[in-house]
Design a protein around this ligand. Structure first.
Ligand code: PRX
Length: 645
C-alpha cells in the first residue's frame, strides 16, 4: 500500500498545514479520495461550535471494515494484519493475515446477526487482549453496531453503569484474561454487573483461561459454538463474505467512556468516516509508517490509544499491528525488549509511565536484546519528563530513532499535536506542532488570547481548538447538552481540551497537564469527583476530597483526605476497607495511593472545598499555601499539614 498523502519533509508539512487551514474542504476531500466509499460525499464539512455540531463528508456512505480489511485483500491477503504475543512467552503466538482477519470478522458479524444484533445496537465488549477482541470490535463495525469497549480493569459496578447509560442489549466477553501472573475473572465480573440488569439479552463468551464460569441458559452462549455455526452458514452461501452494512459517514462507530470533572463517566461518541480518516492520516504521518513495518502499540484496546493505533489506524493503512496480551514487567522487566527482538519491531508506541517503570529496573533487562530493528519511538498519555525521554532515546532508540511525543485525548479520536518522526523537529518534553487541520489557541482564564508571545517568547494558557478536524467526537452518548456544557461552554465558539499548555516563538506546544479536576494516573484519566463518590460510598465515611500528587512512576498519584464518622478496627484496617470499596465501585485503577484521615476539610464560607490548598499539601508544599483568609476555619489547614503522609 502506498500513501500519497504521507508528508516527507518540513516544507511539505508547512505547505500541508497552510492548505488545511485555508481550504479544509479541498485538503480533506483530496485525502478522502484514497479511501473506499460506497458513495462519495455531497459536501466535505459543515460545522458550528456554538450549536455545537460537526459533520464531515455529508451523505457519503461507507463501511470502515471494507477500508480496514476488504480493500487490502487483492494485494495483501497473506500479509500479517495482527501479530499476537500471548501473556505467557512459552505459549504459541498467532499471526492473523488480512485474509484470516476478513474471515474471522465476517464470521463474527454473522454471529452477531444470528444473535439479533442490528445496525445501531450497542454492544459492550469486555475482553482481555486476544485477537478475538479485535474481531469483536470489527465485527460490530461490519454489521453497523456501536461498540462500547470497557477496559478489563473496571469493576462490575462500572460496567453496570455503562450498560445502563447506553441501554446495552449485547455483551461480548471472555471467561477470563491473563495479565502477568494474574487471571482476571471477566465473566464472573460481567455476571455481577448483570444482577438487576433488565436490558441485556445475550452474552457471548470466548474461552481464554478456561476458568469455571456460570453459563445462564437463554442468555449466555459460547463464542466457539457460535463461530462454528456461523462458518457453516457462510459456507452454505458459497462465500465466506459477510456483506458489510452500508453506513452513513456520520453514523456512530463506537462509544468509549472517559472521566470528566463530574462524578459520572461520559460516553464519547465517534463517527465512521471522520474517525477513519483521522486515525489513518495521523498513523501514516506521525509514525512515518512504511509498508511491511511492524508497529507495536503497547496500549490496551480498552482505551482510545488501542482503538486508534492498534485497530483502526494501522489496519486502515494495511499495516502489521502487534498486539500484546501481557504486561511490561512479566515474567520480567525485559518483556518489551524480548518482543521487539522476536518480531523485529520497527515502531514502539508506549506511555511515559511504562518507560519510567522500566527505567527503575536498570539496564540489565535490555542486555543481549537486539533492538536494532527499531526506527521510531512514540509516547502518549501524559507529559514525558526529560529524564525518561533521554533514557528512552539513549537506551532503547540508541540515539538513532526519532521520538514522537503525541498529545491527544479520547475526545479527539487521534493525535492532534506531535512531531512527525524524522520529518519535523523533536524536543524533549514538547509535543511540538499541530497536525494539519488542527488550530490550537491558548487562552487565559478570562478568555483572552494568551498565544501571542509578545517578546516573552513563551505563552501559557488553556488549550482550545478553533475549528474541527475530521476525528473530533460528535457527542456524549444520550446527552448532547453535556457535550456542549463540558467542552464548548468555557470558551464560546471553541473546543476546550481541559489541558494547559505553553507555546514558544516557533509555535511549538508543550502540554503542562490538566487544568480541571481530572487526574492522569499512569496515563489513565480519572476524575477526582468519581473517586470521591466511590470513597463516600464506604459506610463510615462522612466526606472526602481527592487531589493528585507527583508520583515517580505513575506521573500522578491519588491522595485522599477522608473524614470518618466511625472506624471498624484501626486506621490501617479502615484504609484497606476504603480501598476495597473503591475497587468495587470503580476498579483497582482508581485506588488512592495515600489516605489521610482528617477531622475537617478546608472550606470557603459558602461550603466549597479549597482543593488548591489540599493539592499543595499533598505535593509537599509547607509554606506557600496561598490565601487562606477566606476559609471558614483556617485551623483545619494546620491540622491537615501535621498529619501529612
Ligand atoms: O492531559 C492530557 C494527557 O491525557 C489526556 C487525555 O487522556 P485520555 O483521553 O485518556 O487519552 C489518553 C491517550 C490519548 C489529555 O487531556 N495527555 C495525552 N497525551 C499527552 C498528554 N499530556 C502530555 N503529553 C502527551 N503527549
Amino acid at each position: 500500500m502506498y500513501y500519497p498523502y504521507q508528508i516527507t519533509s518540513m516544507q511539505q508539512y508547512q505547505e500541508a498545514y497552510k492548505k488545511s487551514i485555508e481550504d479544509p474542504e479541498g485538503f480533506w476531500g483530496a485525502i478522502a479520495e484514497n479511501f473506499f466509499w460506497r458513495k462519495k460525499w455531497d459536501k466535505v464539512l459543515q460545522w458550528n461550535f456554538s450549536e455545537p455540531k460537526t459533520e464531515w463528508f455529508i451523505n457519503a456512505k461507507l463501511n470502515i471494515t471494507e477500508n480496514c480489511i476488504d480493500r487490502h485483500l487483492a494485494t495483501m491477503a497473506d500479509k500479517p494484519a495482527i501479530i499476537w504475543e500471548p501473556n505467557n512467552p512459552e505459549e504459541r503466538t498467532r499471526t492473523v493475515t488480512y485474509a484470516r482477519l476478513h474471515k474471522r470478522v465476517c464470521q463474527f458479524a454473522q454471529v452477531l446477526k444470528n444473535n439479533g444484533v442490528k445496525k445501531g445496537d450497542r454492544v459492550c465488549i469486555y475482553m482481555g487482549m486476544v485477537p478475538e477482541l479485535a474481531y469483536a470490535v470489527l465485527g460490530c463495525a461490519r454489521i453497523g453496531a456501536i461498540h462500547s469497549v470497557v477496559f478489563g480493569g473496571f469493576s462490575a459496578q462500572s460496567i453496570a453503569d455503562r450498560l445502563e447509560d447506553a441501554n446495552v442489549e449485547y455483551i461480548v466477553t471472555c471467561d477470563g484474561a491473563y495479565r502477568g501472573a494474574k487471571d482476571i475473572p471477566l465473566k464472573s465480573i460481567i455476571d455481577d454487573a448483570l444482577i438487576g440488569n433488565k436490558t441485556v439479552k445475550r452474552v457471548i463468551v470466548y474461552t481464554r483461561t478456561r476458568t469455571p464460569i456460570s453459563m445462564i441458559k437463554g442468555r449466555d452462549v459460547w463464542w466457539e459454538d457460535e463461530m462454528l455455526y456461523a462458518e457453516e452458514q457462510l459456507e452454505k452461501n458459497g462465500t465466506l463474505d459477510f456483506p458489510a452494512q452500508e453506513m452513513d459517514a456520520e453514523d456512530p462507530l463506537f462509544i468509549l467512556y472517559t472521566s470528566g470533572s463530574t462524578g459520572k463517566p461520559k460516553g464519547v461518541v465517534h463517527s465512521s468516516a471522520g474517525y477513519m480518516l483521522w486515525t489513518n492520516y495521523t498513523f501514516v504521518n506521525v509514525f512515518q509508517y512504511k509498508p511491511g513495518d511492524v508497529f507495536f502499540c503497547t496500549a490496551d484496546i480498552g482505551w482510545i490509544t488501542g482503538h486508534s493505533y492498534i485497530v483502526y489506524g494501522p489496519l486502515s493503512a494495511g499495516a502489521t499491528s502487534l498486539m500484546f496480551e501481557g504486561i511490561p514487567t512479566w515474567p520480567d522487566a525485559g518483556r518489551f525488549w524480548d518482543i521487539v527482538d522476536k518480531y523485529k519491531v520497527n515502531t514502539l508506541y508506549t506511555a511515559p509511565t511504562a518507560i519510567r517503570s522500566l527505567m527503575s529496573y536498570g539496564l540489565d533487562p535490555i542486555k543481549g536484546k537486539d533492538l536494532s530493528s527499531l526506527k521510531v519511538l512514540g509516547t502518549v498519555g501524559e507529559p514525558i519528563n526529560e529524564e525518561a525521554w533521554h533514557w528512552y532515546d539513549e537506551n532503547i532508540g540508541k540515539k538513532k530513532c526519532p521520538i514522537v511525543d503525541t498529545w491527544w485525548q479520547t475526545e479527539t479520536g487521534g493525535i492532534l499535536i506531535s512531531n512527525f518522526a524524522g520529518i519535523t523537529p523533536s524536543r524533549p518534553g514538547w509535543a511540538t506542532l499541530p497536525m494539519p487541520g488542527v488550530q490550537p489557541l491558548l487562552l487565559n482564564e478570562h478568555g483572552t488570547p494568551a498565544n501571542d508571545p509578545e517578546g516573552e517568547n513563551i505563552a501559557s494558557g488553556n488549550l482550545c481548538m478553533a475549528a474541527p478536524w475530521p476525528g473530533i467526537f460528535r457527542t456524549t452518548y444520550g446527552d448532547h447538552e453535556r457535550y456542549k456544557s463540558n467542552y464548548f461552554a468555557a470558551y464560546p465558539g471553541l473546543y476546550f481540551t481541559g489541558d494547559g499548555a505553553l507555546k514558544d516563538a516557533e509555535g511549538f506546544y508543550r502540554i503542562t497537564g490538566r487544568v480541571d479536576d481530572v487526574l492522569n494516573v499512569s496515563g489513565h484519566r480519572i476524575g477526582t469527583a468519581e473517586v470521591e463518590n466511590a470513597i463516600n460510598m464506604h459506610a463510615g465515611v462522612v466526606e472526602s476530597a481527592v487531589v493528585g500528587f507527583p508520583h515517580d512512576v505513575k506521573g500522578q498519584g491519588i491522595y485522599a483526605y477522608v473524614i470518618m464518622s466511625h472506624k471498624h478496627g484501626d486506621d490501617e484496617q479502615s484504609k484497606k476497607d476504603i480501598l476495597q470499596t473503591v475497587t468495587r465501585v470503580i476498579g483497582s485503577i482508581a485506588k488512592p495511593d495515600k489516605i489521610q484521615f482528617v477531622n475537617g476539610l478546608p472550606k470557603t464560607r459558602s461550603g466549597k472545598i479549597m482543593r488548591r490548598i489540599l493539592r499543595k499539601i499533598a505535593e509537599g508544599e509547607t509554606k506557600n499555601l496561598g490565601d487562606t483568609t477566606t476559609l471558614l476555619d483556617p485551623g483545619v489547614v494546620d491540622e491537615i499539614q501535621q498529619g501529612k503522609l
